[in-house]
Design a protein around this ligand. Sequence first.
Ligand code: TXA
Ligand code: MG
Length: 326
Amino acid sequence: PPSTAPTLRLAADVNGLARAAALIGAGRLVALPTETVYGLGADATDPEAVAAIYAAKGRPRFNPLIAHVTGLEAALAQGVFDAAALRLAERFWPGPLTLVLPAAPTGTVCDLARAGLDSVALRVPAHAVALGLLDRIGRPVAAPSANRSGRVSPTSADHVLADLDGRIDAVLDGGECPVGVESSVVACLGGPPRLLRPGGVTRAALAEVLGSDPEDAGDPGSRPAGPGLLASHYAPRAGVRLEAERIEPGEAVLTFGTFRPDGLERAAAVESLSERGDPAEAAARLFGALRRLDASGALTIAVVPVPEAGLGEAINDRLRRAAAPR
Ligand code: TXA
Ligand code: MG
């Protein structure tokens, strides 16, 4: 069961890293910063530690976790790379790309972390604190986003504590996450590479390396291509209304660029994703802005249209899930 002691906030210095590594080595839960979002880390080879992740998040056990490793060499021991996977890893690691691969016979990521599948999700984070921790632990670290299951992902240590204080042992405070949306998840399982989740590496960047657009996850309306890709996710307490061009009195509003919806002056709260219309800046601000708007107490968050270009695809994916029926 989740621990009840208050959660330690550790500075991301030598002492904090040593303490965090010792905790994870002892089977405990430590949230850690990555370039995308904070992850809730545990030893991926230890089924009891991994079970504690599912319990602390309230995450269904059919939804597998990403194993974080120090580099390609460590990843080669865990997954079977085809030519496309190798090209993607060489181009985008360390970075916001997760590869879903056939689990290697030499793999040590436990069954529960893989939710019993014969595939494994691997990522090398581009964050000095995360890499420093992985290096000290010397084993793969399972880390889903460090939020309660179904809720908005955390991009600061405060966000982590707001969801998980008292349910995890510690959080390593590495400041704000620079990318702000989760990794792109690409499956290389024999056929053509499939994009299971848009994220920090844009579709265009993936296509450039692959020589063609990755296949999409599946037909809309068919069963989710990724076990974790349930429609409702990233949900604030408030309802979310997309493509808003007119604001109802009392709504909270998320704007992008210079577009000003009618009735904006009646809004209960306003957050701008990026005044200059930069999708990378908007991604970095997305989850924090959603949390702040939620804290305004408004019943609805109205979101103006966000263009699909670049990281806009990942932003719109998260917003659609936040707006999905619960
Ligand atoms: O940026 C990120 O990816 C962050 C940071 C902490 O690394 N982590 C993250 O983890 O977003 P999580 O658990 O929230 O999302 C992992 C996604 C889920 O949609 C899960 O279903 C999918 O990856 N996934 C993991 N293993 C899989 C597998 N074997 N097959 C298909 N999908 C898998
Ligand atoms: Mg998540």
